[in-house]
Design a binder for this molecule. Structure first.
Ligand code: GLU
Length: 424
């Protein structure tokens, strides 16, 4: 197993314990029946599968894969598939629970799910990646389906991976099943706007926050951690809106320019070299340093638990937009909240992806595809509505945006559960 051996996990605390604790706090604040909390704190189904993969050199590795459905009270379960060396069952359970709240907050008719494989996809060849994906899909084939559980991209997966999932599922059914997965490439039933959707959603939230705080985009200095699907597009969009992007980073480290980075040059450099470091006119900084930069908006768009009790008091940003899921631990959250930092929580700030996934699913079921501006304007409507509902709730309850967002979401799921009644 030497080539695929994994380094020490980035997870300092158990994410599922965090998710359950958040639920209990929110339930107390919003008066949710403790009997319902007993139901909602558990995942409906968690499947662990072995994924044997023949490597290009002929050796065989048995990787561990997961698919978890947290809740289906409001509709089929929805959520991404993560390929990362730190993936573990409790992380997937937490991410599945957060998907339930995210879909409920956005008002889209899905429950929450998540899946993943404990592997570093950067160490696999395209052929290995494809074999692994097809075998994983086959192992979870009875769990997924357009009316049941619909995967999508997450950290370490992309449209090509979704195409292989779509194809494997379809081959086994004997016909193309467009609704089984979202985030597909455009030429096999993907949706316009899906690739940029998470970043667009985050941008719309930041724009609303800027308006509420009487700020101007042109005066904002922004730092973005993570240069994957969310961070790279968000940095680009913020720069296009007139903000000064002073730092960006990927998993290897970051680049910084006090006067602002030229995002077109950054994107071209990353495309050419595969890295951010080495861009002319920019200093190197670490990921840890980026989080503590003097800026107005900080967008952690990489992994969980990057802002913890160890660094929260040194964060200087006034607004934090959680492009990643769970980037701030609960203790850090309290420290930042006490200091008056406005946190736009993950279930709101990064929900653009799943909203356009919903549009993709609907388009696939109807076999009728919409125009890009239609998609983006519907995404803006849904995001802005959710932002304003959250803002209003936070004001009324004198609480944080996070507790307000989770509170609204948990109430919706609890209400659906009550309306349906507990079976039998
Ligand atoms: N993985 C993304 C998320 O965490 C998208 C999920 C989806 O589109 O279903 O929200």
């Amino acid at each position: 197993m030497t080539t695929l051996e994994v380094p020490e996990s980035h997870l300092r605390e158990n994410p599922y314990d965090i998710a359950k604790e958040q639920l209990r706090r929110v339930a107390e604040l919003f008066g949710v029946d403790p009997n319902l909390v007993n139901v909602l704190q558990e995942c409906k189904k968690a499947v662990v599968v072995s994924v044997p993969v023949t490597m290009d050199d002929g050796t065989i590795h048995a990787l561990e894969g997961y698919r978890v459905t947290h809740n289906i009270a409001r509709g089929p379960s929805k959520g991404g598939i993560r390929y990362h060396p730190d993936v573990e069952l409790d992380e997937v359970k937490a991410l599945a629970m957060w998907m339930t709240w995210k879909c409920a907050l956005m008002g889209i008719p899905f429950g929450g799910a998540k899946g993943g494989i404990r592997v570093d996809p950067k160490k696999l060849s395209p052929a290995e990646l494809q074999r692994m994906t097809r075998r994983y899909t086959s192992e979870i084939i009875n769990e997924i389906g357009p009316e049941k559980d619909i995967p999508a991209p997450d950290v370490g997966t992309n449209a090509s991976v979704m195409a292989w999932i779509f194809d494997t599922y379809s081959m086994n059914k004997g016909h193309s099943v467009l609704g089984v997965v979202t985030g597909k490439p455009l030429n096999v039933g993907g949706s316009l706007g899906r690739l940029e959707a998470t970043a667009h959603g985050a941008l719309y939230c930041i724009q609303e926050a800027v308006r509420k705080r009487d700020l101007r985009m042109a005066d904002l200095r922004v730092a973005v951690q993570g240069f994957g699907n969310v961070g790279s597009f968000l940095a680009k969009f913020l720069a296009e809106q007139g903000a000064t992007v002073i730092a960006v980073s990927d998993s290897r480290g970051g680049i910084y320019n006090e006067a602002g980075l030229d995002m077109a040059a950054v994107l071209a450099h990353k495309q050419e070299t595969g890295a951010l470091e080495g861009l002319r006119g920019a200093e190197s900084i670490t990921n840890e340093e980026l989080l503590l930069l003097d800026c107005d908006v900080l967008a952690p768009c990489a992994l969980e638990q990057v802002i913890t009790s160890a660094n929260a008091d040194q964060v200087k940003a006034k607004i934090i937009a959680e492009g990643a899921n769970g980037p701030i631990t609960p203790t850090a959250d309290e420290i930042l909240d006490d200091r008056g930092v406005l946190i736009l929580p993950d279930v709101l700030a990064n929900a653009g992806g799943v909203v356009v996934s919903y549009f993709e699913w609907v388009q696939g079921l109807q076999e009728y595809f919409w125009k890009e501006d239609e998609i983006n304007s519907k995404l803006r409507d849904i995001t802005t509505r959710a932002f304003n509902e959250t803002w209003r709730t936070a004001e009324e309850r004198k609480t944080s945006m996070r507790l307000a967002a989770y509170g609204l979401a948990v109430r919706r799921v609890a209400d659906a559960t009550i309306t349906r009644g507990l079976y039998p």
